[in-house]
Design a protein around this ligand. Structure first.
Ligand SMILES: Cc1cc2nc3c(=O)[nH]c(=O)nc-3n(C[C@H](O)[C@H](O)[C@H](O)COP(=O)(O)O)c2cc1C
Length: 280
């Protein structure tokens, strides 16, 4: 890969989008988007949510004062809500120009957003100041998830069901689930690789498809030359072309062998234009 050098300013940083729910001093609630969110390990099966807030926003003050908050994952349907909540400051008045349903945590007394498919209920364990920012390391005391989400183990979370908004200076969404750890390990102990098996089968089917396709075209062309005497030859040629297309569809020769997306819809290259894996 050829790279260029750019100024070392904070720019690209892939962040999950959360809306943080906190309790105001007067007992009302407040919500604000925060995307400086990550996680770290504590001990055993305990993890800490790491969340950072700058300035003197009400959300930050509430977290410092109460030590608890909810982190509501933002999905793409919640973008209007995130934009709205992020454009206002609680100190200028309640953010109630648009309708959104608010619930309560099941473990902690924190406000939660009904629209969110994944809600953490958090309690601050430790905080660290850097300049005007405070980073909170927080115990996860409760989690509420969308009933539609089925997880076989804690790490089996299909983000395409949650449809989270990813922020990195611009909003993004997620297109595919492309595998789990180890799926992309290239070389087996015997020196072969799963990728090479997958690609071998894919290329074999693709070659058969192209062969049938061109034979069909060839036969149809011959049929054109003898159209008066053997019109049936054109039909036979076109039937072979059709068979090639059906074969291509059923043998998956027309879709990426890794992510299953139809190839060529965004142009052809050596890599799948959806999952980025090398296929040619
Ligand atoms: C997409 C998005 C991401 C944001 N991420 C952060 C963040 O990570 N940390 C932060 O301190 N402020 C962040 N903000 C800014 C706050 O959401 C914003 O200042 C908000 O108005 C604060 O509300 P409050 O004053 O009611 O607490 C973000 C805003 C948007 C729109």
């Amino acid at each position: 890969m050829n790279r260029k050098t750019v100024a070392p300013i904070y720019s690209m940083c892939v962040q999950p989008s959360f809306i943080i729910g906190t309790n105001n001093e007067d007992g009302t609630y407040n919500f604000a988007p925060i995307t400086w969110v990550s996680a770290t390990h504590e001990e055993g099966d305990k993890y800490l949510l790491v969340i950072s807030m700058s300035g003197d926003k009400t959300t930050k003050k509430n977290v410092i004062r109460t030590g608890i908050f909810s982190a509501n994952l933002v999905n793409t349907a919640m973008l209007p809500l995130m934009d709205y909540l992020g454009s206002l400051h609680a100190q200028d008045g309640p953010k109630n120009d648009i309708d959104y349903k608010v619930g309560r945590g099941t473990v902690l007394n924190v406000p939660t957003l009904d629209a969110s498919p994944w809600v953490y209920e958090c309690e601050v364990a430790k905080s660290v100041e850097t300049g005007d920012s405070t980073t909170f390391f927080c115990h996860i005391r409760g989690i509420q998830t969308d009933e539609k989400l089925i997880c076989e183990d804690p790490f089996d979370v299909d983000l395409t069901v949650l449809d989270p908004v990813i922020y990195s200076g611009r909003y993004h969404n997620i297109d595919h689930m492309i595998g789990k750890i180890g799926d992309f390990k290239e070389i087996r102990e015997d020196g072969s690789s799963e990728d090479s098996d997958i690609l071998k089968a894919f290329h074999k089917h693709r070659m058969i498809m192209y062969l049938m396709f061109f034979i069909g075209l060839f036969v149809a062309l011959i049929g054109c030359a003898y159209i008066m005497t053997f019109p049936i030859i054109i039909g036979a040629g076109l039937l072979i072309v059709l068979a090639a297309i059906i074969y291509g569809l059923f043998s998956n020769a027309m879709t990426c062998p890794y992510c299953g997306e139809m190839l060529g819809r965004r142009g052809f290259g050596t890599h799948c234009e959806y999952c980025g894996k090398k296929i040619f």
